[in-house]
Write a protein of this length. Structure first.
Lengths: 292, 351
């Protein structure tokens, strides 16, 4: 995201010196706040480490080898990606219909419900996570209900993490889908009806395919943010159910093995980038011709 | 029994009346145009026939069946939208075949009819393109093919040509007519372009403030407009306000001290009337030889025609003469003006 915002993208006819000067503050900010820490983390991940003496001079690939060969870490990576994937799926299933209903609402209600949809963004992430842990905990109403239904305890399970993540990520799905719904020509729906399509057929064969770009870009955002999320897994996953971001935190602050933490962080970044870029490529290719 | 019938159809949005007591009978195979300025209710009328706008009062019947309350997707009408409303994520082939697929037409039959429809609009080579890879005129044709492929009893066209440039519009307009003739589908077209309505319709319905003010064949509509509004809206005209000075079979109307003879049917002495004189009905003659004299104030060259603005005793008159290759009238030239006796139409003032 920040790369896009900071890249010198001159408006039409703003060229040369003014453009460079204009983009200078953002570029500097970007360099100092994003690239420098990232570079330092990258360097750190190659550092040698000893539990007795700490960071040693010299470079090694040992941290990466440890992560990539240890089934403990691989399991955490796998869990992070399937939880993020499932969160994305649930967000699509909930968010896309939600955006459609929103776009169909009348004047006063639409604004009100849009605010309701966006409200999670207005409350601190930590507060929300604690709220969920109260609801899902053994004394919370949802936790008790699950217990009564024989589902076992909810808190500190992947289910709890997914519930929390979906709540946080939903606005990031609703907004792009809503935007692509706004771009729809209302006559296209009428055209489908005039050709004998039922409401469901129109939704499925005419409206949904046209909102696919919105759904796909929403999925990218949700997946990326979920895979690197920290607060929700930390508070709803507990001490044992780790995700990548929480294990990085542990390595840095509990184990004090900074190089290993840095290596895990770099691997998460690379994996995330690889997944998102290839996904984006597939999407671009399949929609460039029809929807531009 | 008419094929499509609108009986006392009205549409209100709250207290706002959009269409008021509209009556219209359309025969099978007829091409009808709803013509009017924007906001006259013509599009709303079309939307009510299509089922996208609810009818507040009245009845719509199609081939004897009451469709007033029927859902749009059960009416089976073919509609071409102003924005074309093609499905952007489907190829031309899938766009055209969509209606057939929804009707569960069997696959080989579907393919055959899709090809047929594309051939009809001369787009057979574009079946695998997406709408955004087509020009405006081509999209228009796809929309037409998509509407016709389901063999609708009635084809509804909502300003179908308004998004095309002038030359293409004229071409498409004649092609639309020839396609309609070829397949014989009853067609209702909404338009604000009088030339379009006159050139391709069997009958024209002029609408004004939610009412159908005149329904006539194009030639009759042009020659015998019933109100000053229609005579101005359908073609150009010189509108001359005057008073009837003598009633009778041939009445006389006084305008600016001149007495003009008109068809006196239903006129009484002292009536305030408007006379309508079409610019092309005026004939230039030698000075003093015509019914009145004028001086050329301005002239415009329109290619096939000359348009003159003339200062006369009755005010400024517009005259259009064909460009027959002879030298045109010069600026400032004095000319006599004549016209055939019955081309001067009487319109009741205020009607």
């Amino acid at each position: 995201m920040s790369t896009l915002a900071a890249a010198p993208t001159p408006k039409p006819r703003t060229e040369g010196l003014p453009a460079i000067l204009g983009s200078l503050p953002l570029t500097l900010l970007f360099l100092t706040l994003v690239l420098t820490p990232l570079g330092l983390t990258l360097l750190l991940s190659f550092a040698q480490f000893d539990y007795n003496t700490g960071i040693q001079p010299g470079h090694t690939l040992e941290q990466y080898l440890t992560v990539l060969t240890d089934s403990y870490f691989l399991e955490i990576f796998w869990r992070t990606f399937w939880i993020s994937g499932l969160t994305t799926l649930v967000c699509v299933l909930v968010g896309a219909p939600e955006a459609y209903v929103l776009s169909r609402m009348g004047k006063p209600w639409r604004t009100i419900f849009l605010l309701v949809v966006l409200s999670p963004l207005l409350v601190s992430l930590v507060v929300r996570a604690f709220g969920w842990s109260l609801l899902l905990g053994p004394n919370g109403p949802l936790g008790r209900a699950a217990e009564a239904l024989g589902l076992g305890s909810l808190l500190y399970t992947p289910t709890a993490i997914i519930i929390g993540l979906v709540h946080v990520m939903l606005p990031f799905m609703v907004i792009p889908v809503w935007t692509s719904l706004q771009k729809l020509d209302p006559a296209v729906e009428q055209a489908a009806y005039s050709l004998n399509a039922s409401r469901m057929q129109t939704l499925w064969r005419v409206i949904l395919p046209q909102t696919m770009p919105g759904i796909l870009s929403g999925s990218l955002i949700v997946f990326g943010l979920s895979a690197s999320s920290f607060a929700i897994p930390a508070l709803l996953g507990g001490r044992r159910l780790k995700m990548v971001a929480t294990i990085v935190y542990d390595e840095f602050l509990n184990e004090l093995n900074w190089p290993l933490g840095a290596a895990i962080a770099m691997l998460l970044l690379v994996a995330n980038l690889a997944i998102m870029l290839s996904y984006n490529r597939v999407v671009e290719r399949s929609y460039r011709r029809s929807l531009g | 029994m008419a094929f499509l019938r609108l009986e006392h159809v009205s549409k209100y949005y709250g207290d706002l009346c959009v269409v008021s007591d509209m009556n219209l009978s359309v025969e099978q195979g007829e091409f009808i145009s709803l013509l009017g300025p924007s906001g006259c209710g013509k599009t709303t009328t079309l939307q009510m026939i299509a089922g996208f706008a609810e009818v507040t009062r009245g009845r719509i019947t199609l081939d004897g069946r009451d469709i007033t309350q029927a859902k749009p997707n059960t009416r089976g009408l073919g509609i071409v939208f102003q924005s074309y409303a093609l499905f952007p994520h489907m190829t031309v082939r899938d766009n055209v075949a969509f209606g057939l697929a929804m009707r569960k037409v069997e696959r080989t039959e579907r393919e055959r009819r899709m090809r047929e429809a594309l051939a009809l609009v001369k787009l057979d080579k574009y079946a695998d393109r997406y709408p955004r890879e087509l020009s405006g005129g081509q999209r228009q044709r796809v929309a037409l093919a998509r509407a016709l492929v389901i063999r609708p009893p009635v084809l509804l066209l909502d300003e179908p040509l308004s998004n095309l440039d002038a030359q293409l519009r004229e071409e498409m307009q004649f092609e639309l007519r020839s396609i309609q003739r070829q397949i014989g589908t009853t067609t209702i077209m909404v338009t604000h372009d009088q030339a379009e309505a006159l050139s391709i319709s069997d009958r024209v319905v002029v609408m004004q403030e939610g009412r159908a003010t005149q329904v006539d064949a194009p030639y009759r509509m042009y020659e015998h407009p019933q109100t000053p509004f229609i005579s101005r809206f359908v073609g150009k005209t010189n509108m001359l306000p005057g008073t009837v000075t003598r009633a009778g079979a041939r009445a006389e109307v006084g305008i600016a001290g001149l007495a003009l003879e008109v068809d006196g049917n239903g006129l009484h002495a002292g009536d305030a009337v408007h006379l309508s004189l079409r610019p092309e009905k005026l004939l230039p003659v030698a000075q003093g030889q015509g019914k009145l004299d004028g001086r050329v104030a301005t002239r415009y060259f329109l290619g096939s025609q000359w348009q003159y603005e003339l200062d006369t005793a009755m005010g400024t008159l517009v005259m259009v003469t064909p460009n027959d290759g002879r030298a045109p009238l010069a600026d400032g030239q004095q000319v006599g003006l004549d016209w055939a006796g019955d081309t001067l139409r009487v319109l009741r003032a205020g009607a």
